[in-house]
Design a protein around this ligand. Structure first.
Ligand code: 5AD
Ligand code: SF4
Length: 446
């Protein structure tokens, strides 16, 4: 290549996609490509896509239209990677003829060679294949989304097949990374100056590697809690993990959190519904009482553990009284944060066979009622932090005010406070003096 080609990657969706983008960027750079933040000047534009709900999927085609419009005189090579690529495959070329590359969720490492194929004259290139055994998860520090927080995938894919969910189809079966590889990556991150790692996976606590070598000296009821103890014992400053699956949420995880201060006091445990009938129809594999038992274990921990969750409203045939059960569950759990979603039919999933019987207006009204309830609970929880000191990783300047810095507490709340640039990347103590709906405000402790 005489002149370096510039590649722009735009990422949609979850942390796994962010991690895939970082990995793809690392591979592209190694093959002599330049990565750019400017869509305008890029020779190659890659959209790393999400298909969790219909709207996320529609956004891709909208973005392709925009890019084509803006770059009328100087069309870039457009590629689609990620979940939409995996699910739609060839048909993307028909739906959006300007797309020349379709790169599935396990083909990230082969992106450079796919680009080359098109540059060498192929009209289109498509790869929906599996990851190769020889491909390790390599990400260089400069490609990470933050200088201070690193995402470390420990498990890819999902075997749960909840009836509404497209993920098992877009990301395939569960594959766990070997513990030794994860431990090496985390050791490298520490040497590179990262202060926090987020272990990421569709279901981190379903972690089940082929070999447990690397974990020999660590106790635990499951490979996941052994991994947590192994990582905690490296002394890495802050370790968080997401997402946890309720059925596999063993109480030994709570024990590990109690034992190690650097395993952060936050758990994301999506419940989806407060009705046993709906949970069964979703095929979640647990009842409300099982979920509440997990919550009790978390609430009974020696230090307070912040709990967040996801809920879907308007699942097919969800009745008003079943929705009321969800409201009661939310009252009982007192989540620190809640992501609420209106059910979105995903073609090919079992729930798509059920009539999408709850009207859009009803979904909206359930969404708003639940949001209002959650806000009243969240206000109380956030107000409870006023007057307390929290440990904060300083991640950047606040978007609101140049004088303020922003970061996250160990319990994963956003907090802003006045301070200078020299604190970036530091872990500091902050006294909370104001609570907002979704964030805290405080002052640096001296
Ligand atoms: N419709 C609405 N929400 C969904 N989620 C997953 N699939 C769907 C769907 N088809 C939500 C779940 C999950 C979160 C990541 O997205 O709540 O936990
Ligand atoms: Fe989807 Fe269920 Fe797997 Fe989560 S556990 S990714 S909701 S199928």
């Amino acid at each position: 290549m005489s002149v370096m080609e510039r590649v722009y990657i735009e990422t949609f969706g979850c942390q796994m996609n962010v991690a895939d983008t970082e990995r793809a960027a690392t591979g592209l750079r190694a093959e002599g490509y330049e990565l750019t933040d400017s869509e305008q000047s890029a020779d190659v534009v890659i959209l790393n896509t999400c298909s969790i709900r219909a709207r996320a999927e529609q956004k891709v085609f909208q973005r392709i239209g925009e890019i084509r419009h803006r770059r009328r005189t100087n069309q870039p090579l457009i590629g689609v990677m990620g979940c939409v690529a995996q699910l739609e495959g060839e048909s993307i070329f028909d739906q959006a003829p300007s797309v020349k590359l379709v790169v599935g969720t396990r083909a990230t490492d082969r992106l450079p060679s796919l680009i080359k194929r098109v540059r060498n004259g192929e009209t289109r290139a498509l790869d929906l294949g599996e990851r190769k055994g020889s491909e390790a998860w390599e990400v260089s520090a400069s490609e990470r989304h933050s200088k201070h927080v690193a995402f470390v995938p420990i498990i890819e894919g999902c075997n749960k097949f909840c009836t509404y969910c497209i993920v098992p189809y877009s990301r395939g079966r569960e594959r766990s990374r070997p513990p030794s590889e994860i431990l090496e990556e985390v050791a490298r991150l520490r040497a590179e100056g990262f202060r926090e790692v987020h272990l990421v996976g569709q279901n981190v606590n379903s972690y089940r590697p082929r070999t447990e070598s690397g974990l020999e000296s660590f106790e635990g009821a499951t490979p996941f809690s052994r991994l947590l103890r192994a990582l905690a014992s490296t002394g890495f400053p802050r370790i968080k993990f997401t997402t946890s699956f309720p059925r596999d949420f063993h109480k030994d995880i709570v024990k590990a959190l109690e034992e190690h201060e650097n395993l952060c006091d936050w758990v994301h445990l999506p419940v989806q519904s407060g009705s046993d009938r709906v949970l069964k129809s979703m095929r979640r594999g647990y009842k409300v009482s099982d979920y509440l038992a997990r919550v009790d274990a978390l609430k009974g921990a020696r230090r307070r553990i912040a709990l967040t969750s996801d809920i879907i409203v308007g699942f097919p045939s969800e009745t008003e009284s079943e929705f009321e059960e969800t409201m009661r569950l939310v009252e009982a759990c007192r989540f620190d944060g809640l992501y609420i979603f209106k059910y979105s039919e995903r073609p090919g999933t079992p729930a798509a066979q059920l009539p999408d019987s709850v009207s859009e207006a009803e979904k909206t009204s359930r969404f708003l009622a639940l949001e209002q309830l959650q806000m009243s609970i969240q206000r109380e929880i956030y107000a409870g932090y006023v007057g307390r000191e929290v440990s904060v990783l300083v991640e950047g300047e606040s978007a609101r005010s140049k004088r303020d810095l922003t970061g996250h507490t160990t319990c994963n709340k956003v907090i802003n406070f006045e301070g200078g640039q020299e604190l970036l990347g530091e872990i500091v103590r902050v006294r909370v003096n104001e609570a907002k709906a979704h964030s805290l405000y405080g002052e640096l402790c001296v």
